[in-house]
Design a protein around this ligand. Structure first.
Ligand code: ADP
Ligand code: MG
Length: 767
């Protein structure tokens, strides 16, 4: 079925300067000054920005579904004729009901608080609905759609503009866009219908786009040209498969995804190369250094630890600065590897800095460094391994003293929180930085860190607390070399993980008592510090329902609402309750983020020394805490926790040779997603596997747990959907950086666009 296409511009419109990609969006026909202001608020400044505002889904209005083929529970788009409407009230809530028919069949659209829809629909008018299909309760065999998205369609007798654009809206695969109106007065106007018309006109008018990929490369990979791709993505030609569009498998979509990922990876690759060209320190490993390493090791390193230390030492010996990511599962023994690297630096006469994400962890690193290095300290006098702790909570005089020692070179190993970065610390001879990062550092911050002034660049080792799925590692850490610790130290018995419902809690406390009687220690973790009305949960579980008319946010998957009010147990409350009841007589400790650093330190030290049997805590103990004598981890309200977080918590036990247990206590209401998470925890102890599941569930935007994760925002690509293209882009970027394909002109264009792209999207200026 071919339709006549609307013409782009009435004949009487005055000729304007030709539009280019960089033209201000206000010059696009149908936009103008005032709308441009609204568009710019949404980040759409130029013709290019508008062209890259891609549909977030498509509707097949060439083969619309028959109402009788609808299936409850599925998302569907249907086209029909308005039969009638009514505003009814149920328990004082106005509900708008619209009956849409096809022949003898009909479906009801239902909008709660739908008063605003009254009078909008005229019987006989054609309309498209999109939403979830549910079985109707009042009419057996019939269906309804709750809060569907809708669009009025032009009918056969349409006149004027509607007739002109009819071919964009029916009888084809139709693009559906996120509205660009936002909260402005244009909210309603700048939706799909408007975008279709404006983009159609724009694509008619603009004939060429600055090609961003060399022809040779495109040909080899079978990717269409840029403007052709944009056309096809906005207005797919007849015969394009809806599935291919949905999963970004059309050549046009692949081209745009590839382009975006290629520019990201190329930028990272060049960064990587540029960094390697800088002046670093060439450490040496003399027999004396090796002897020192042996001295501090309290155990045989695992094969993985040996291999990884080998990789690190090779980097450290080379005159290029090290930029390495150390990934390892919980408990794989990253700390010791980091300390060994520090010893190499120190034995070469340099200082080393170790940064941790929290005070507790910094303090713990400090304590374990002291313990490990004591022997060496004794043998060498106090001169060689002087350790200084510098955290944000020290008072000013203490900070000043610490800074002085660091500056004068009176300390070799500096351990601190990330505050170390902000504290204007001047090192005497900084040779190595280890960042224990727990996903809290963005790419930008890391680059800033690596640019510390000095004659020679220190080596940098970044450690992540939990495994990161490969796609995310490639984007977040694409500029780093990667080492993986994929082996746990010997003698670990797998942790027994069980789901237990709250009603059975008494048995759990009984079990905790038994373990304590055997000389073991336990953790109990809560999502909240204080009562259920605690305004500062330490865990971010606000699962907002996205508004119905909005596209899912880029990078984050749609959430199901877990926003029901339940009474959550809190650490403080349960500390009282358990202490007075089920755990009476045991030595309990309470730890949470609102204690000041000194208090936390005292509690942690007492737990470490075995003076506390059971530690009740919020997620502040999530990362890194290492008390091998503890064998039980109870997580209350486990349904509330993310997968990576639970895995991290579970990693606090199973550190010694005794059998360890992780008990996931769940409340009454467990959402299907939470159910999946809990099952995954019981089933698997492999952090890399759990990380992939976590990514699938939460999407890249939420994976790192904080909004400012430093993960780049994509306008086309999706890390979940486009894994293969990402791998391809990385490979191609590396080979392009070595041996660029294409003409000189094409290469020059790539360089220019790369600079723009990075500036604009990652806020970074290429040197
Ligand atoms: P991670 O930081 O990777 O979670 P840690 O560095 O805290 O792990 O190490 C976990 C535990 O394993 C610690 O108690 C540590 O002393 C111990 N450990 C590390 N390496 C070895 C090894 N090769 N053999 C035995 N125990 C080890
Ligand atoms: Mg650690």
């Amino acid at each position: 079925m071919t339709k006549s296409q609307p013409s782009s511009r009435p004949a009487n419109q005055p000729a304007r300067e030709a539009l280019s990609f960089s033209t201000d969006v206000k010059f696009v026909k149908g936009v103008g000054e005032r709308i441009a202001v609204a568009l710019k608020e949404r980040g759409v400044h130029t013709v290019e920005d508008l062209l890259y505002h891609l549909p977030f889904r498509y509707e097949d209005r060439l083969h619309p579904q028959h109402l009788r083929d609808l299936k409850p529970g599925e998302m569907a788009s249907v086209i029909g004729e308005v039969r009638g409407s009514a505003l009814i009230r149920a328990r004082s809530m106005p509900i708008f009901e619209l009956t849409v028919g096809q022949g003898l069949d009909s479906v009801k659209g239902i909008w709660f608080r739908g008063t605003y829809l009254q009078g909008k629909f005229k019987p006989g008018q054609m309309i498209a609905l999109y939403g979830k299909v549910e079985a109707s309760r009042s009419r057996p065999g019939a269906y309804k759609m709750i809060q569907p998205q809708f669009e009025m369609l032009p009918d056969a007798n349409a006149t004027g503009e509607d007739a002109e654009f009819a071919a964009l809206e029916v009888g084809r695969i139709v693009p559906v866009y996120q509205s660009l109106g936002g909260t402005t007065a244009w909210g309603a106007k700048l939706g799909s219908k408007w975008l279709r018309r404006v983009l159609w006109g724009l694509l008619q008018e603009i004939k060429e786009a600055p090609e961003s990929l060399p022809a040779q490369l495109r040909e080899r990979l079978g990717l269409p040209g840029r403007i052709e791709a944009l056309r096809e993505v906005h207005f797919p030609s007849e015969g394009t498969s809806l599935d291919d569009l949905t999963f970004a498998r059309t050549p046009a979509l692949r081209r745009l995804v590839f382009e975006e990922l290629f520019y990201l990876e190329l930028g990272l690759e060049l960064k990587r190369r540029r960094m390697r060209e800088r002046n670093g320190i060439a450490f040496s490993t003399t027999p004396q250094v090796r002897e020192a390493l042996k001295q501090v090791l309290p155990f045989h390193p695992t094969r993985a630890q040996k291999r990884v230390l080998g990789e690190i030492v090779t980097d450290m010996k080379s005159p290029q600065p090290m930029r390495r990511l150390l990934q390892g599962d919980v408990g794989s023994g990253k700390t010791i590897v980091a300390l060994e690297a520090a010893i190499v630096a120190i034995e070469n006469g340099y200082q080393a800095a170790l940064m941790a994400p929290t005070e507790i962890l910094a303090t713990q690193h400090y304590l374990s460094a002291r313990k490990l290095l004591t022997k060496a300290i004794k043998e060498n006098g106090d001169r060689r391994y002087r350790i200084t702790l510098l955290t944000g909570s020290l008072d000013n005089a203490e900070k000043k003293a610490a800074r002085g020692k660091i500056f004068r070179g009176e300390t070799e190993l500096v351990i601190g929180t990330h505050a170390l970065l902000e504290e204007k610390v001047d090192f005497d001879r900084l040779g190595l930085i280890v960042v224990d990062e727990q996903h809290r550092f963005g790419v930008q911050q890391r680059f800033a860190l690596m640019k510390k002034p000095g004659a020679a660049d220190p080596d940098v080792l970044v450690m992540t607390a939990t495994p990161i799925p490969r796609t995310l590692a490639l984007t977040m850490y694409g500029d780093l070399d990667v080492s993986v610790l994929d082996e746990l130290p010997p003698g670990r018995t797998p942790i027994v993980t069980r789901r237990v419902e709250e009603q059975q809690a008494a048995k759990v406390w009984e079990f905790v008592r038994k373990q304590v009687a055997e000389g073991r220690q336990a953790y109990i973790v809560y999502p909240l510090i204080e009562g259920p009305n605690d305004d500062q949960p330490e865990l971010d579980f606000a699962h907002d329902e996205p508004k119905e008319e909005e596209a899912p946010k880029k990078g984050s998957k749609k959430k199901t609402g877990e926003l029901f009010k339940v009474k959550l147990k809190s650490a403080t409350e349960m500390y009282e309750q358990l202490g007075a009841g089920p755990l009476k007589g045991l030595r309990l400790g309470l730890l949470h983020g609102r204690l000041d650093a000194a208090e936390k330190e005292v509690i942690m030290a007492r737990f470490q020394r075995g003076e506390i049997d059971v530690l009740l805590s919020t997620t502040v103990i999530e990362v890194g805490v290492d008390v091998p004598n503890s064998t039980v981890m109870v997580i209350e309200h486990a349904e509330r926790f993310g997968l990576a977080q639970m895995h991290q918590l579970r990693g606090r036990v199973g550190r010694g040779s005794a059998k360890s247990y992780c008990i996931l206590l769940t409340g009454a209401k467990v959402s299907p997603e939470a159910d999946q998470r809990l099952d995954a925890m019981v089933r698997s102890q492999n952090g890399f596997e759990l990380a992939e599941i976590d990514l699938e569930q939460r999407g890249p935007g939420e994976f790192f747990g904080t909004r400012q994760s430093g993960l780049p925002e994509f306008r086309v690509a999706s890390l979940l959907r486009d894994r293969e293209t990402l791998e391809l882009a990385k490979k191609e970027a590396a080979s392009f950086a070595t041996n660029a394909e294409g003409t000189e002109e094409e290469k020059e264009t790539v360089r220019r666009l790369l600079k723009q792209h990075w500036q604009r999207h990652y806020g970074l200026v290429e040197a």
